[in-house]
Design a protein around this ligand. Structure first.
Ligand code: COA
Length: 332
């Protein structure tokens, strides 16, 4: 029986930095409000004609492959988590397969929003554990800024979401080696419309209409209060589920890497788990919320900063649109 281990992580964010003051020129907001309510000071937004989900994920993947010491020819399968693909059809996995000249391996796109990376990790883990694949590339990448309503009406989500890509190379190791211990996935569709992007959808007469454009139904809509209230409960539940499943106490966690939804959510979880600052990794302050990108980008930054050492117990947890939520426990 094999186990899967993260062999290397990489990330890329677009060059364009957007400050809170920049946002206050587009909508009725200000730096103090954004910092106090979300912790975000700057974020990166794509430049049209320069950045794409594909080319950002290509750069993140190249970094992850290099750090893993793995060639593109060694990858057996691609799992691409994004809710903002470059095309409506096909998905982004095949575009990355083409871009990096991977063999004609399978490429799977998944659409689990902020939980997307952990869902993707879980799928990769199952393929590796059953012996079907030896090396799987897992990507989380988004361009959210083009789906944001940058008027006063959309300000509560426009100040939060941002763009970026992260990637992880997973490899099969013997079961006594460090690696993924378990993953835990959940959903509750009754809250789908609390954080969603209605159009373009298929169950309308045409996919894009003037009415959709006029009503702004293609923008991300979020009920921030509802999301916040559910997030704090579900984050705690799913982390505890992972700890209980492995018979571990919260004090065993060496590094918690939460989905970067809002700094206040991360701080709440940190307080509940009684973890010191050095055991929780946050980068939302300079990157905002990049949906499926946040966890692999955070892992890559934490690794670069020497905050992850071999064998460390890492806890990943996410919550987002769906609602979906998920956790993973792994030894690095
Ligand atoms: N700038 C300035 N004021 C803003 C604003 C902005 N960007 N967005 C909202 N406001 C205003 C509201 O209109 C409201 O004004 P009012 O009191 O006059 O009605 C006031 O600020 C408080 O709004 P509220 O929505 O209650 O604030 P909040 O403390 O809940 O913070 C969020 C809003 C969006 C930051 C917060 O709800 C949140 O972070 N939710 C979770 C979001 C999240 O994690 N999403 C990603 C999930 S993956």
């Amino acid at each position: 029986m094999y186990k899967s281990r993260i062999l290397g992580v990489g990330h890329y964010v677009p060059e364009r930095t957007v400050t809170n003051d920049d946002l206050s020129k587009m909508m009725d907001t200000n730096n103090d409000w954004i910092v106090e309510r979300t912790g975000i000071r700057t974020r990166h937004w794509f430049t049209p004609g320069v950045d794409t989900v594909t080319n950002m994920s290509k750069k993140a993947t190249e970094m992850a492959l290099e750090r893993a010491g793995v060639g593109a020819e060694d990858i057996d399968f691609i799992i691409f988590a994004t809710i903002t693909p470059d095309y409506f059809i096909p998905g982004n996995g095949v575009l990355l397969q083409r871009e990096l000249n991977f063999r004609n391996i399978g490429a799977l796109d998944i659409r689990n929003a902020c939980s997307g990376f952990i869902y993707a990790l879980s799928i990769a883990d199952q393929f590796i554990k059953t012996g079907m694949y030896k090396k799987v590339l897992v990507v989380g990448a988004e361009i959210q800024s083009s789906a944001l309503d940058k008027s006063d009406e959309g300000r509560s989500s426009a100040v939060i979401f941002a763009d970026g890509a992260g990637a992880a190379v997973l490899g099969a190791v013997e079961s006594d080696q460090p690696g993924i211990l378990s993953t835990h996935l959940h959903s509750q569709g009754q809250y789908a419309e609390e954080l969603y992007c209605k159009d373009p959808g298929s169950s309308r007469e045409v996919r894009i209409s003037q009415e959709m454009i006029d009503s702004g139904s293609f923008f991300v809509k979020m009920n921030g209060n509802a999301v916040f209230k559910h997030a704090v409960v579900r984050f705690m539940e799913v982390i505890q589920e992972a700890l209980d499943h492995n018979g571990l106490d919260k004090s065993a966690i060496d590094l918690l890497v939460p989905h970067q939804a809002n700094l206040r959510i991360s701080q709440y979880i940190q307080q509940k788990l009684e973890l010191p600052d050095e055991k929780v990794f946050n980068n939302i302050m300079h990157l905002g919320n990049t949906t499926a990108g946040t966890i692999p980008i955070a892992l890559s930054e934490a690794w670069e900063q020497g905050k992850i050492k071999e064998g460390d117990l890492i806890c990943l947890a996410a919550f987002g649109s769906g609602f979906t939520w998920a956790s993973a426990l792994l030894n690095w």
